[in-house]
Ligand binder design. Structure first.
Ligand SMILES: C[S@@+](CC[C@H](N)C(=O)[O-])C[C@H]1O[C@@H](n2cnc3c(N)ncnc32)[C@H](O)[C@@H]1O
Length: 264
């Protein structure tokens, strides 16, 4: 596990510059169309809320949360990405604190402060973590009673590292082009190399887990699921590449966004 975690950290440090220049301050279609609208509506923070932004990358969601009026404590285990986040978020210094912390390390997580956060958020990062059990064990201590944890992940059924994007042509009286997803692995957790961005210098490792893994881990640690969205691109959204995610796959959700809440 440690080796995979170290390989993952090295990859994110190596890819930090490409990631930062691609995501910028405003993010890509995946973020703006699929993730953020559902994250924002499930989180629905009070203006003075204190939110923990888990695996914040270059601070994309950190900025959005600050713009909603929240105080944000954000962390990532890539020191290079945290440097980019610091540069990008200089105007929000009074609301934001940024830290280099490894989410697989319970002691580091506890140092963030107990019973301090109204909510936690993690955008597109849990499947990048070699081990999410320390995080799910620690979050109930970091959150205030009744606190929420809202996260987005690639849809474990349709958008995991084994998923293949397929295009076929059929004739049922008229010629039709059919876009679909073929998946060969789902039930057993596995890890596989992959590219978040096509031009990144180093592949990272994806850690794929079925939905029941996430939900049972949450239930065992005192959460209930009280919000859930499956997110697909609307038909009018152009393809990023001929077979990439876009409107041709509008019946197949690429992302899920979930809200967990601590049981009273
Ligand atoms: C796909 S990026 C998403 C970044 C950010 N949440 C965003 O929306 O732009 C995944 C992030 O997870 C971080 N990450 C992976 N494993 C981690 C860990 N064990 N602890 C902290 N961050 C981790 C990576 O460094 C990377 O910034």
């Amino acid at each position: 596990m440690d080796t995979l975690n170290q390989i993952t950290k090295d990859a994110w440090n190596a890819n930090a510059q490409v990631w930062d220049s691609k995501m910028g301050n405003d993010g890509n279609d995946f973020f703006n169309i699929l993730c953020w609208p559902a994250l924002a509506s499930l989180l629905d923070p009070k203006p003075d809320a204190h939110i923990l932004d888990i695996a914040c990358g270059n601070g994309l969601t950190t900025r959005r949360l600050a713009e909603m009026g929240a105080a944000v404590t954000a962390f990532d285990f890539s020191s290079n990405l945290i440097e980019y986040a610091k540069q990008r978020l200089t105007n929000y210094q009074s609301q934001i604190s940024l830290h280099v912390i490894d989410a697989t390390d319970e002691a580091q997580l506890l140092a963030l402060g107990e019973a301090k956060y109204d909510s936690a958020l993690s955008n597109m990062a849990l499947f990048d973590m070699a081990d999410i059990e320390p995080l799910f064990r620690t979050l109930p201590k970091l959150l205030k009673p009744g606190g929420t944890f809202v996260f987005s992940i690639t849809h474990p059924c349709f958008n995991n590292a084994s998923s293949m994007h397929v295009v076929e042509e059929m004739d049922d009286g008229e010629i039709k082009t059919v876009y679909s997803i073929k998946t060969s692995r789902y039930m057993t957790p596995y890890s596989m190399r992959g590219l978040a961005l096509r031009n990144q210098p180093k592949p990272q490792i994806y850690f794929e887990r079925p939905l029941q893994y996430y939900l049972n881990l949450a239930f065992q640690n005192g959460f209930v699921l009280d919000g859930f969205e499956e997110r697909a691109f609307p038909p009018e959204v152009p393809q990023s590449t001929p077979l990439g995610w876009g409107g041709k796959f509008s019946e197949i959700p690429a992302v899920i966004v979930a809200r967990l809440r601590l049981r009273p």
